[in-house]
Design a protein around this ligand. Structure first.
Ligand SMILES: *Cc1c(COP(=O)(O)O)cnc(C)c1O
Length: 494
């Protein structure tokens, strides 16, 4: 039997499992503990500090008195083991404690008890060993594994994009439905002009259909021949919707300064919900709406720029959007996004990734080659060294005239307000996710992307290579990895 802890949320299953064996089944501690260790495995889903659940010890003790006793006994024995294994390193014991300083640490309980601990992309699993669970990795390295996330490809390709699924079936048969690795059989089509043209027609039809959705829900008329550039994901500072928005503002200001500027028509599509108490995230949503209203209603812009913010973004909206997407923005600060799965849904629908080397973007790069995506920005080690050096966002404002003008307009321009000023202030004085440090490289990658877009065959070829490389991101592969490397469950022979 295997019990998998999907994040820290169900970690109380561990002391409850012990309680049942001890109190209801009459097991001794050692026997129950041996079964617990061999039963539980834990997946970590994020390095964000706020996600590693901590509960107040007094609350815990009051509400769950027996579970509390068991957690304390697990902790007492675990601390004793760590003390012995580290040659009496009390600092390490304190850091790894399950109960310490009046708090119960659920992640520490999960790692101490599970026989397997995994992250959700290669990069994330390495970062866990170096940072979040560094001490644990030091004394129990054999627990640490990786299982890269995957997506339900029968939903995100076959169900949501029937035109593309039919195209694929027409060329390689329907074996990819149950074996996504067969998508690689599309690769010979990269030199097939008719196939690439057909792929372009399918994308255009899907864009026209999503343009009707936008017309109906947002009342905005978008140009189906413009680049459909998509950033859809929860609103969080680390995901850097602000980086995207700042580039849109800079692009708009350049177009205003030079109304005859030669630019590829561009439609930016956002979809994002913010957590109810995340005030800054809501200010970012308001900022995107503000610049969107300004740009969408400016007659000098025409249909060369449009900004769409999808209301109530959710999986049923994503299913309509993914088939129409051409650019997949995956622009988190390197080292912050555990995996991402939106990146995989967009890739399998033929979108090209504009991204940092973060989360599963690294493995997308391995699958398609860096010439078939648009990589930019700092790597995880770059971010670490800039932090050690001392990050001063104002330097970038002072030395980049485009950024300077955009931030000034946020502070003093006609569209400015209290919330937008607050965002400008945050960027200049804190910028915790280094938007300004990556801005110039991001803007250059956007320029480069628009150049490639001018050549539809070159673009469609990269798109096809992305679809062909997406097989490894099928959830079937992830589940196979969990079954064989963690649960000890092999496939049933037919
Ligand atoms: C896939 C999906 C996500 C995850 O997106 P990321 O870009 O990986 O953060 C979030 N919300 C919805 C509705 C999704 O379908």
């Amino acid at each position: 039997m295997a019990i998998h802890l999907n994040d820290t949320h169900p970690v109380l299953a561990i002391p409850e499992f012990m309680r049942i064996l001890l109190d209801e089944c009459g097991y001794g501690w050692d026997h129950a503990w041996d079964l617990a260790i061999r039963t539980f495995a834990y997946t970590n889903h994020t390095v964000m500090q706020e996600a590693l659940e901590c509960w107040a010890e007094d609350l815990f003790k009051e509400r769950l008195p027996r579970i509390y006793e068991i957690v304390c006994e697990i902790n007492r024995r675990f601390c004793e083991d760590v003390y012995n294994l580290t040659g009496g390193n009390q600092d390490m014991v304190n850091r790894m404690s399950i109960v310490y300083n009046g708090v119960v640490k659920m992640a520490n309980l999960a790692v101490a008890t599970s026989h397997s601990v995994n992250g959700v992309s290669q990069l994330h699993s390495e970062i866990l060993k170096e940072t979040v669970f560094r001490d644990f990795y030091h004394i129990m390295p054999y627990k640490f594994k990786n299982v890269t996330n995957g997506i339900a490809h029968r939903r995100w390709l076959n169900q949501s994009n029937p035109k593309l699924a039919d195209f694929i079936t027409g060329h390689i048969g329907d074996g990819f439905i149950t074996d996504a690795s067969q998508l690689s059989r599309l690769l010979p089509l990269t030199d097939d002009k008719a196939a690439l043209e057909e792929l372009g027609r399918i994308k255009l039809a899907n864009k026209e259909s999503f343009a009707r959705y936008i017309q109906k829900h947002n009342g905005i008329t978008v140009n189906p021949n413009s680049i459909f550039d998509v950033q859809v994901k929860r609103l969080h500072e680390y995901k850097r919707q602000l980086l995207n928005a700042m580039n849109i503002l800079v692009t708009y200001q350049k177009l205003k300064a030079n109304p005859n500027m030669d630019m590829v028509p561009h439609t930016w599509i956002f979809g994002a919900k913010a957590a109810p108490g995340y005030y800054f995230a809501k200010e970012v949503i308001q900022f995107i709406h503000t610049i969107g209203n300004m740009i969408n209603n400016d007659p000098t812009v025409g249909d060369r720029m449009k900004v769409v913010f999808l209301e109530n973004y959710r999986a049923t909206v994503a299913e309509k959007l993914m088939p129409a997407a051409e650019v997949s923005q995956q622009i988190s600060l390197a080292g912050t996004e555990a995996s991402g799965t939106g990146n995989m849904k967009l890739m399998i629908n033929g979108a090209l990734t504009l991204g940092t080397l973060d989360g599963a973007n690294v493995e997308i790069c391995d699958a398609v080659g860096r010439e078939n995506m648009f990589l930019f920005g700092m790597t995880t080690p770059d971010v670490e060294s800039l932090k050690r050096f001392g990050y001063r966002p104002r330097n970038y404002y002072e030395h980049n005239p485009d950024l300077h003008a955009a931030i000034d307009s946020m502070m003093y321009g006609s569209f400015s307000n209290m919330h937008i000023k607050n965002i400008a202030d945050s960027l200049l004085n804190r910028d915790p996710y280094m938007v300004l440090a990556d801005f110039a490289d991001y803007a250059a990658a956007q320029q480069q992307l628009a150049q490639v877009y001018r050549d539809p065959m070159a673009w469609n070829r990269k798109s096809l290579i992305n679809i062909a490389g997406a097989g490894v991101f099928a959830a079937d592969r992830s589940i196979y990895d969990y079954a064989t490397t963690i649960w000890g469950a092999g496939p049933v022979s037919k």
